[in-house]
Design a protein around this ligand. Sequence first.
Ligand code: FES
Length: 113
Amino acid sequence: MATSGQPYYICSISDISPEKPYVFNLKDKIEIVVFQLKNNYFALENRCPHAGAKLNEGILEDNILTCIWHGWKFDIESGQCLNEYWAKIQTFSVILQGEELYLHNIDEDKLFL
Ligand code: FES
């Protein structure tokens, strides 16, 4: 496993809100969505493992994200699907430094999946 030691800048906390998740491309390899839940931030691959819907368009209630295409539900902390045990979204560690959000401990190997 190759982890990058350098935190990767995502955005300012003013760019994101509970109603407006933040979407970006990480190194042109993977699209990531960051959700704000109260004062916590969760980063996940922005692709439903069922049929590829954009998860930033999903409905977030507490820590459960519902995909709008077919209704699968996911725990945004773990990425685990609550409908199908084998389905999981790749998650990324987010850290807050001052007013800025960063990805932390990026596993470079997973970016090619
Ligand atoms: S694409 Fe997400 S539930 Fe089908």
